[in-house]
Design a protein around this ligand. Sequence first.
Ligand SMILES: Cc1cc2nc3c(=O)[nH]c(=O)nc-3n(C[C@H](O)[C@H](O)[C@H](O)COP(=O)(O)OP(=O)(O)OC[C@H]3O[C@@H](n4cnc5c(N)ncnc54)[C@H](O)[C@@H]3O)c2cc1C
Length: 384
Amino acid sequence: MEGSFGDTETAETEIDARFVSEAFKSDINAFLDRALTPDLQRAGRETTGLKSAPKASEEWRARVYQQGWLAPSWPRAFGGTGWTPAQRLYFDSQCADRDAPILMSSGVRTIGPLIIEAGSCEQKARYLPAILTGEHEWCQGFSEPHAGSDLTALSLRADLEGDQFVLNGSKIWTSFAQYATHMFLLGRVVPGSTRGDGLVFLLLEMKTPGVTVQPIPFIDGDAETNQVFFDNVRVPIDSRIGDIGDGWATAKQLMAIARSNNTTVGVLRRAFRMALRGARDAGGLDLPMQTQFADLEMQIDSFESVAARHLSDPGGMGISTPSSVLKLLATELHQAISALALEANPFGKLAQRKYLATRAATIYSGTSETHRNILAKAIGCPRE
Ligand SMILES: Cc1cc2nc3c(=O)[nH]c(=O)nc-3n(C[C@H](O)[C@H](O)[C@H](O)COP(=O)(O)OP(=O)(O)OC[C@H]3O[C@@H](n4cnc5c(N)ncnc54)[C@H](O)[C@@H]3O)c2cc1C
Protein backbone atom coordinates (compact mmCIF):
# COMPACT_ATOMS: atom_id res chain seq x y z
CA MET A 1 0.00 0.00 0.00
CA GLU A 2 1.39 3.44 -0.85
CA GLY A 3 2.07 5.88 1.99
CA SER A 4 2.37 3.20 4.68
CA PHE A 5 2.24 4.41 8.28
CA GLY A 6 5.95 3.93 9.01
CA ASP A 7 7.73 6.42 6.75
CA THR A 8 9.34 9.66 7.91
CA GLU A 9 6.89 11.92 6.12
CA THR A 10 3.99 10.23 7.93
CA ALA A 11 5.60 10.60 11.33
CA GLU A 12 6.05 14.35 10.78
CA THR A 13 2.46 14.72 9.60
CA GLU A 14 1.22 13.02 12.75
CA ILE A 15 3.32 15.22 15.02
CA ASP A 16 2.07 18.35 13.25
CA ALA A 17 -1.49 17.08 13.41
CA ARG A 18 -1.22 16.72 17.18
CA PHE A 19 0.10 20.22 17.85
CA VAL A 20 -2.22 22.43 19.93
CA SER A 21 -1.14 25.72 21.56
CA GLU A 22 -1.39 26.34 25.29
CA ALA A 23 -3.70 29.31 24.61
CA PHE A 24 -6.13 27.07 22.73
CA LYS A 25 -6.03 24.48 25.50
CA SER A 26 -6.82 27.05 28.16
CA ASP A 27 -9.75 28.46 26.10
CA ILE A 28 -11.22 24.97 25.83
CA ASN A 29 -10.69 24.15 29.47
CA ALA A 30 -12.11 27.48 30.67
CA PHE A 31 -15.25 26.82 28.66
CA LEU A 32 -15.60 23.26 29.97
CA ASP A 33 -15.06 24.49 33.57
CA ARG A 34 -17.84 27.03 33.08
CA ALA A 35 -20.34 25.09 31.01
CA LEU A 36 -20.24 21.52 32.33
CA THR A 37 -22.54 21.17 35.34
CA PRO A 38 -22.45 18.07 37.59
CA ASP A 39 -25.83 17.00 36.12
CA LEU A 40 -24.48 17.19 32.57
CA GLN A 41 -21.40 15.22 33.59
CA ARG A 42 -23.55 12.56 35.26
CA ALA A 43 -25.58 12.23 32.04
CA GLY A 44 -22.31 11.93 30.11
CA ARG A 45 -21.00 9.21 32.43
CA GLU A 46 -24.24 7.24 32.20
CA THR A 47 -24.45 7.26 28.38
CA THR A 48 -24.34 3.74 26.97
CA GLY A 49 -25.82 4.36 23.50
CA LEU A 50 -24.98 6.79 20.71
CA LYS A 51 -26.52 9.84 22.38
CA SER A 52 -26.84 11.02 25.96
CA ALA A 53 -30.32 11.42 27.52
CA PRO A 54 -32.38 13.92 25.43
CA LYS A 55 -32.64 16.67 28.09
CA ALA A 56 -28.89 16.69 28.85
CA SER A 57 -28.01 16.43 25.16
CA GLU A 58 -30.18 19.42 24.34
CA GLU A 59 -28.81 21.51 27.21
CA TRP A 60 -25.22 20.69 26.24
CA ARG A 61 -25.91 21.27 22.54
CA ALA A 62 -27.30 24.74 23.31
CA ARG A 63 -24.24 25.66 25.43
CA VAL A 64 -21.76 24.47 22.81
CA TYR A 65 -23.75 26.26 20.10
CA GLN A 66 -23.74 29.54 22.06
CA GLN A 67 -19.98 29.18 22.31
CA GLY A 68 -19.82 28.75 18.49
CA TRP A 69 -18.19 25.32 18.68
CA LEU A 70 -21.02 22.97 17.70
CA ALA A 71 -19.72 22.12 14.24
CA PRO A 72 -15.91 22.08 14.44
CA SER A 73 -15.56 20.33 11.08
CA TRP A 74 -17.63 22.86 9.11
CA PRO A 75 -16.02 25.77 7.27
CA ARG A 76 -16.18 29.03 9.20
CA ALA A 77 -18.41 30.59 6.51
CA PHE A 78 -21.20 28.18 7.48
CA GLY A 79 -20.84 28.47 11.25
CA GLY A 80 -17.86 26.14 11.80
CA THR A 81 -14.82 26.90 13.93
CA GLY A 82 -11.99 26.89 11.41
CA TRP A 83 -10.01 24.71 13.85
CA THR A 84 -7.10 22.55 12.73
CA PRO A 85 -7.48 18.75 12.94
CA ALA A 86 -5.38 18.76 16.11
CA GLN A 87 -7.65 21.34 17.71
CA ARG A 88 -10.74 19.34 16.78
CA LEU A 89 -9.27 16.16 18.26
CA TYR A 90 -8.21 18.01 21.40
CA PHE A 91 -11.72 19.39 21.95
CA ASP A 92 -13.29 15.96 21.36
CA SER A 93 -10.90 14.28 23.80
CA GLN A 94 -11.31 16.96 26.47
CA CYS A 95 -15.09 16.66 26.26
CA ALA A 96 -14.65 12.91 26.81
CA ASP A 97 -12.19 13.32 29.68
CA ARG A 98 -14.56 15.75 31.39
CA ASP A 99 -17.64 13.50 30.90
CA ALA A 100 -19.53 15.90 28.64
CA PRO A 101 -22.76 14.44 27.18
CA ILE A 102 -22.37 12.83 23.75
CA LEU A 103 -23.79 14.94 20.92
CA MET A 104 -24.44 12.55 18.07
CA SER A 105 -26.17 14.92 15.66
CA SER A 106 -26.75 13.51 12.21
CA GLY A 107 -27.23 17.08 11.02
CA VAL A 108 -23.84 18.28 12.24
CA ARG A 109 -21.99 15.05 11.43
CA THR A 110 -23.38 13.88 8.09
CA ILE A 111 -26.08 15.75 6.18
CA GLY A 112 -24.73 19.23 7.09
CA PRO A 113 -21.30 18.47 5.55
CA LEU A 114 -23.00 16.90 2.51
CA ILE A 115 -25.17 20.00 2.00
CA ILE A 116 -22.01 22.12 2.29
CA GLU A 117 -20.31 19.94 -0.37
CA ALA A 118 -23.20 19.30 -2.75
CA GLY A 119 -26.35 21.22 -1.77
CA SER A 120 -27.84 24.20 -3.61
CA CYS A 121 -27.48 27.76 -2.23
CA GLU A 122 -31.11 27.65 -1.19
CA GLN A 123 -30.58 24.34 0.69
CA LYS A 124 -27.51 25.74 2.45
CA ALA A 125 -29.47 28.81 3.59
CA ARG A 126 -32.51 26.81 4.68
CA TYR A 127 -30.90 23.86 6.45
CA LEU A 128 -27.44 24.73 7.82
CA PRO A 129 -28.45 27.47 10.33
CA ALA A 130 -31.39 25.35 11.53
CA ILE A 131 -29.06 22.39 12.19
CA LEU A 132 -26.86 24.62 14.35
CA THR A 133 -29.72 26.12 16.34
CA GLY A 134 -31.16 22.65 16.94
CA GLU A 135 -34.42 23.54 15.17
CA HIS A 136 -33.80 20.71 12.69
CA GLU A 137 -32.83 17.18 13.77
CA TRP A 138 -32.06 14.72 10.98
CA CYS A 139 -32.30 10.97 10.51
CA GLN A 140 -31.02 8.70 7.73
CA GLY A 141 -33.49 6.72 5.59
CA PHE A 142 -31.36 4.30 3.59
CA SER A 143 -31.97 0.71 4.85
CA GLU A 144 -35.17 -1.12 3.99
CA PRO A 145 -36.55 -4.49 5.12
CA HIS A 146 -34.90 -6.19 2.11
CA ALA A 147 -31.98 -3.81 1.56
CA GLY A 148 -29.23 -3.54 4.18
CA SER A 149 -25.66 -4.54 3.21
CA ASP A 150 -27.05 -4.85 -0.28
CA LEU A 151 -28.39 -1.29 -0.16
CA THR A 152 -28.92 -0.89 -3.89
CA ALA A 153 -31.69 -3.54 -3.63
CA LEU A 154 -33.88 -0.78 -2.13
CA SER A 155 -37.39 -0.42 -3.50
CA LEU A 156 -39.06 2.63 -1.87
CA ARG A 157 -40.78 4.29 -4.81
CA ALA A 158 -40.24 7.97 -5.55
CA ASP A 159 -42.52 8.47 -8.56
CA LEU A 160 -42.19 11.83 -10.27
CA GLU A 161 -45.63 13.50 -10.69
CA GLY A 162 -45.41 17.04 -12.04
CA ASP A 163 -43.13 18.99 -9.71
CA GLN A 164 -43.31 16.47 -6.85
CA PHE A 165 -41.98 13.01 -5.93
CA VAL A 166 -44.60 10.66 -4.46
CA LEU A 167 -43.08 8.24 -1.94
CA ASN A 168 -44.45 4.79 -1.12
CA GLY A 169 -42.73 2.02 0.86
CA SER A 170 -40.80 1.84 4.11
CA LYS A 171 -37.41 2.38 5.72
CA ILE A 172 -36.12 0.38 8.67
CA TRP A 173 -33.57 0.71 11.52
CA THR A 174 -33.87 4.49 11.17
CA SER A 175 -31.97 5.81 14.20
CA PHE A 176 -33.70 8.57 16.21
CA ALA A 177 -36.51 9.02 13.65
CA GLN A 178 -38.88 9.56 16.57
CA TYR A 179 -37.05 12.80 17.44
CA ALA A 180 -36.19 13.91 13.90
CA THR A 181 -37.79 16.84 12.10
CA HIS A 182 -36.18 15.83 8.78
CA MET A 183 -34.94 12.74 6.98
CA PHE A 184 -32.52 12.31 4.09
CA LEU A 185 -33.38 9.25 2.08
CA LEU A 186 -32.88 7.26 -1.07
CA GLY A 187 -35.81 6.34 -3.32
CA ARG A 188 -36.22 4.63 -6.68
CA VAL A 189 -37.37 7.23 -9.19
CA VAL A 190 -36.93 5.37 -12.48
CA PRO A 191 -39.55 2.59 -12.60
CA GLY A 192 -37.98 -0.78 -13.44
CA SER A 193 -34.43 0.40 -12.71
CA THR A 194 -32.14 -1.86 -10.70
CA ARG A 195 -29.15 -1.60 -8.34
CA GLY A 196 -27.61 1.87 -8.10
CA ASP A 197 -29.27 3.14 -11.27
CA GLY A 198 -32.46 5.19 -11.18
CA LEU A 199 -32.24 6.43 -7.56
CA VAL A 200 -32.84 9.89 -6.12
CA PHE A 201 -31.45 11.41 -2.89
CA LEU A 202 -34.16 13.43 -1.12
CA LEU A 203 -34.58 15.75 1.85
CA LEU A 204 -37.92 15.30 3.60
CA GLU A 205 -39.82 17.00 6.42
CA MET A 206 -41.00 14.30 8.84
CA LYS A 207 -44.30 16.10 9.46
CA THR A 208 -45.28 15.66 5.79
CA PRO A 209 -48.68 13.87 5.60
CA GLY A 210 -48.32 10.11 5.05
CA VAL A 211 -45.16 9.57 7.16
CA THR A 212 -45.58 7.19 10.14
CA VAL A 213 -42.81 6.32 12.64
CA GLN A 214 -42.92 3.07 14.60
CA PRO A 215 -40.17 2.58 17.27
CA ILE A 216 -38.25 -0.73 17.51
CA PRO A 217 -37.16 -1.36 21.14
CA PHE A 218 -33.56 -2.51 21.75
CA ILE A 219 -32.38 -5.42 23.88
CA ASP A 220 -30.71 -2.91 26.27
CA GLY A 221 -33.99 -1.08 26.86
CA ASP A 222 -33.33 1.95 24.65
CA ALA A 223 -35.50 2.63 21.60
CA GLU A 224 -33.04 4.24 19.19
CA THR A 225 -34.26 2.71 15.93
CA ASN A 226 -37.57 2.78 14.07
CA GLN A 227 -39.43 1.60 11.03
CA VAL A 228 -40.79 4.50 8.98
CA PHE A 229 -43.72 4.04 6.61
CA PHE A 230 -44.50 6.22 3.57
CA ASP A 231 -48.02 6.36 2.19
CA ASN A 232 -48.29 8.72 -0.83
CA VAL A 233 -45.87 11.20 0.75
CA ARG A 234 -45.38 14.24 -1.51
CA VAL A 235 -41.95 15.91 -1.71
CA PRO A 236 -41.17 18.99 -3.86
CA ILE A 237 -38.86 18.32 -6.82
CA ASP A 238 -36.25 20.78 -5.53
CA SER A 239 -35.84 18.73 -2.31
CA ARG A 240 -33.19 16.56 -3.92
CA ILE A 241 -29.41 16.65 -3.84
CA GLY A 242 -27.84 15.62 -7.15
CA ASP A 243 -29.58 14.69 -10.36
CA ILE A 244 -32.73 12.63 -10.72
CA GLY A 245 -31.57 9.03 -11.28
CA ASP A 246 -28.09 9.74 -9.90
CA GLY A 247 -28.91 9.46 -6.18
CA TRP A 248 -26.44 6.62 -5.61
CA ALA A 249 -23.50 8.95 -6.29
CA THR A 250 -24.81 11.36 -3.64
CA ALA A 251 -25.45 8.48 -1.20
CA LYS A 252 -21.84 7.29 -1.59
CA GLN A 253 -20.63 10.82 -0.88
CA LEU A 254 -22.78 10.90 2.26
CA MET A 255 -21.61 7.46 3.41
CA ALA A 256 -17.95 8.43 3.08
CA ILE A 257 -18.60 11.37 5.41
CA ALA A 258 -20.68 9.32 7.88
CA ARG A 259 -18.22 6.44 8.12
CA SER A 260 -15.25 8.70 8.74
CA ASN A 261 -16.74 10.16 11.91
CA ASN A 262 -19.02 7.31 13.00
CA THR A 263 -17.17 6.55 16.26
CA THR A 264 -14.85 9.36 17.32
CA VAL A 265 -11.76 9.16 19.52
CA GLY A 266 -13.85 10.91 22.18
CA VAL A 267 -16.49 8.18 22.10
CA LEU A 268 -13.76 5.55 22.56
CA ARG A 269 -12.13 7.46 25.40
CA ARG A 270 -15.48 7.80 27.17
CA ALA A 271 -16.09 4.04 26.84
CA PHE A 272 -12.61 3.37 28.20
CA ARG A 273 -13.12 5.63 31.20
CA MET A 274 -16.49 4.00 31.89
CA ALA A 275 -14.81 0.57 31.76
CA LEU A 276 -12.06 1.63 34.18
CA ARG A 277 -14.54 3.16 36.63
CA GLY A 278 -16.66 -0.01 36.52
CA ALA A 279 -13.61 -2.22 37.11
CA ARG A 280 -12.61 -0.15 40.15
CA ASP A 281 -16.18 -0.29 41.51
CA ALA A 282 -16.04 -4.06 41.17
CA GLY A 283 -12.94 -4.31 43.36
CA GLY A 284 -9.98 -3.26 41.24
CA LEU A 285 -7.78 -4.69 38.53
CA ASP A 286 -5.47 -7.67 38.77
CA LEU A 287 -2.31 -7.72 36.67
CA PRO A 288 -3.70 -9.57 33.62
CA MET A 289 -6.65 -7.17 33.57
CA GLN A 290 -4.35 -4.15 33.88
CA THR A 291 -2.42 -5.45 30.87
CA GLN A 292 -5.61 -5.75 28.85
CA PHE A 293 -6.64 -2.20 29.76
CA ALA A 294 -3.18 -0.89 28.87
CA ASP A 295 -3.35 -2.68 25.52
CA LEU A 296 -6.72 -1.10 24.71
CA GLU A 297 -5.51 2.34 25.71
CA MET A 298 -2.58 1.97 23.30
CA GLN A 299 -5.01 0.94 20.56
CA ILE A 300 -7.09 4.08 21.21
CA ASP A 301 -3.92 6.20 20.95
CA SER A 302 -3.05 4.46 17.67
CA PHE A 303 -6.55 5.07 16.35
CA GLU A 304 -6.20 8.73 17.29
CA SER A 305 -3.07 8.90 15.12
CA VAL A 306 -4.93 7.36 12.18
CA ALA A 307 -7.88 9.75 12.70
CA ALA A 308 -5.49 12.74 12.95
CA ARG A 309 -3.78 11.69 9.77
CA HIS A 310 -7.10 11.35 7.95
CA LEU A 311 -8.32 14.76 9.14
CA SER A 312 -5.14 16.50 8.02
CA ASP A 313 -4.76 14.60 4.75
CA PRO A 314 -7.88 12.64 3.69
CA GLY A 315 -6.03 11.07 0.74
CA GLY A 316 -2.95 10.28 2.81
CA MET A 317 -3.75 6.70 3.76
CA GLY A 318 -2.98 5.63 0.21
CA ILE A 319 -6.29 3.80 -0.08
CA SER A 320 -9.38 4.91 -1.98
CA THR A 321 -11.76 4.12 0.90
CA PRO A 322 -10.22 5.53 4.11
CA SER A 323 -13.68 5.86 5.68
CA SER A 324 -13.92 2.04 5.76
CA VAL A 325 -10.60 1.82 7.62
CA LEU A 326 -11.79 4.35 10.22
CA LYS A 327 -15.22 2.76 10.64
CA LEU A 328 -13.83 -0.76 11.04
CA LEU A 329 -11.03 0.16 13.46
CA ALA A 330 -13.18 2.38 15.66
CA THR A 331 -16.22 0.15 15.98
CA GLU A 332 -14.27 -3.06 16.60
CA LEU A 333 -12.25 -1.24 19.25
CA HIS A 334 -15.46 0.11 20.81
CA GLN A 335 -16.74 -3.47 21.09
CA ALA A 336 -13.46 -4.70 22.59
CA ILE A 337 -13.59 -1.97 25.26
CA SER A 338 -17.16 -2.81 26.22
CA ALA A 339 -16.37 -6.55 26.31
CA LEU A 340 -13.46 -5.93 28.70
CA ALA A 341 -15.68 -3.63 30.79
CA LEU A 342 -18.19 -6.44 31.19
CA GLU A 343 -15.48 -8.95 32.04
CA ALA A 344 -14.13 -6.58 34.70
CA ASN A 345 -17.56 -5.80 36.19
CA PRO A 346 -20.07 -8.46 35.09
CA PHE A 347 -22.84 -7.23 37.39
CA GLY A 348 -22.47 -3.52 36.62
CA LYS A 349 -25.66 -2.19 35.02
CA LEU A 350 -23.82 0.34 32.85
CA ALA A 351 -21.28 -2.26 31.73
CA GLN A 352 -24.10 -4.60 30.75
CA ARG A 353 -26.01 -1.93 28.83
CA LYS A 354 -22.89 -0.64 27.12
CA TYR A 355 -21.89 -4.16 26.09
CA LEU A 356 -25.32 -4.79 24.54
CA ALA A 357 -25.48 -1.39 22.83
CA THR A 358 -22.06 -1.78 21.19
CA ARG A 359 -23.02 -5.12 19.61
CA ALA A 360 -24.75 -2.99 16.97
CA ALA A 361 -21.62 -0.91 16.26
CA THR A 362 -20.27 -3.41 13.74
CA ILE A 363 -23.67 -3.51 11.99
CA TYR A 364 -24.77 0.12 11.56
CA SER A 365 -23.12 2.33 8.94
CA GLY A 366 -22.11 -0.82 7.09
CA THR A 367 -21.23 -4.15 8.75
CA SER A 368 -17.61 -5.14 9.39
CA GLU A 369 -17.93 -7.78 6.65
CA THR A 370 -19.10 -5.10 4.20
CA HIS A 371 -16.12 -2.87 5.05
CA ARG A 372 -13.67 -5.78 4.77
CA ASN A 373 -15.14 -6.50 1.31
CA ILE A 374 -14.76 -2.82 0.32
CA LEU A 375 -11.15 -2.75 1.53
CA ALA A 376 -10.31 -6.06 -0.14
CA LYS A 377 -11.67 -4.70 -3.42
CA ALA A 378 -9.82 -1.40 -2.98
CA ILE A 379 -6.46 -3.14 -2.64
CA GLY A 380 -7.22 -5.51 -5.52
CA CYS A 381 -7.91 -8.82 -3.73
CA PRO A 382 -9.76 -11.35 -5.86
CA ARG A 383 -13.51 -11.50 -4.95
CA GLU A 384 -13.46 -15.05 -3.62
C1 LIG B 1 -28.46 0.14 15.84
C2 LIG B 1 -28.64 0.30 14.37
C3 LIG B 1 -28.88 1.56 13.85
C4 LIG B 1 -29.06 1.72 12.47
N1 LIG B 1 -29.37 2.97 12.00
C5 LIG B 1 -29.66 3.11 10.70
C6 LIG B 1 -30.10 4.38 10.20
O1 LIG B 1 -30.20 5.36 10.93
N2 LIG B 1 -30.42 4.48 8.89
C7 LIG B 1 -30.32 3.42 8.03
O2 LIG B 1 -30.58 3.60 6.85
N3 LIG B 1 -29.92 2.20 8.47
C8 LIG B 1 -29.59 2.02 9.79
N4 LIG B 1 -29.20 0.80 10.25
C9 LIG B 1 -29.21 -0.34 9.35
C10 LIG B 1 -27.83 -0.87 9.01
O3 LIG B 1 -27.19 -0.02 8.08
C11 LIG B 1 -28.02 -2.29 8.46
O4 LIG B 1 -28.48 -3.09 9.53
C12 LIG B 1 -26.73 -2.87 7.91
O5 LIG B 1 -26.38 -2.22 6.72
C13 LIG B 1 -26.85 -4.39 7.65
O6 LIG B 1 -27.97 -4.68 6.90
P1 LIG B 1 -29.01 -5.82 7.35
O7 LIG B 1 -29.41 -5.53 8.76
O8 LIG B 1 -30.07 -5.90 6.33
O9 LIG B 1 -28.16 -7.17 7.41
P2 LIG B 1 -27.75 -8.06 6.15
O10 LIG B 1 -27.30 -7.20 5.06
O11 LIG B 1 -28.88 -9.02 5.88
O12 LIG B 1 -26.52 -8.86 6.72
C14 LIG B 1 -26.65 -10.00 7.60
C15 LIG B 1 -25.25 -10.55 7.83
O13 LIG B 1 -24.70 -11.02 6.58
C16 LIG B 1 -23.44 -10.39 6.32
N5 LIG B 1 -23.29 -10.13 4.89
C17 LIG B 1 -24.21 -9.55 4.07
N6 LIG B 1 -23.70 -9.46 2.81
C18 LIG B 1 -22.45 -9.97 2.86
C19 LIG B 1 -21.41 -10.14 1.90
N7 LIG B 1 -21.58 -9.76 0.61
N8 LIG B 1 -20.24 -10.71 2.29
C20 LIG B 1 -20.04 -11.09 3.60
N9 LIG B 1 -21.00 -10.96 4.55
C21 LIG B 1 -22.18 -10.40 4.20
C22 LIG B 1 -23.51 -9.07 7.08
O14 LIG B 1 -22.21 -8.58 7.37
C23 LIG B 1 -24.27 -9.50 8.34
O15 LIG B 1 -23.39 -10.10 9.27
C24 LIG B 1 -28.98 0.60 11.60
C25 LIG B 1 -28.72 -0.66 12.14
C26 LIG B 1 -28.56 -0.82 13.50
C27 LIG B 1 -28.30 -2.20 14.05
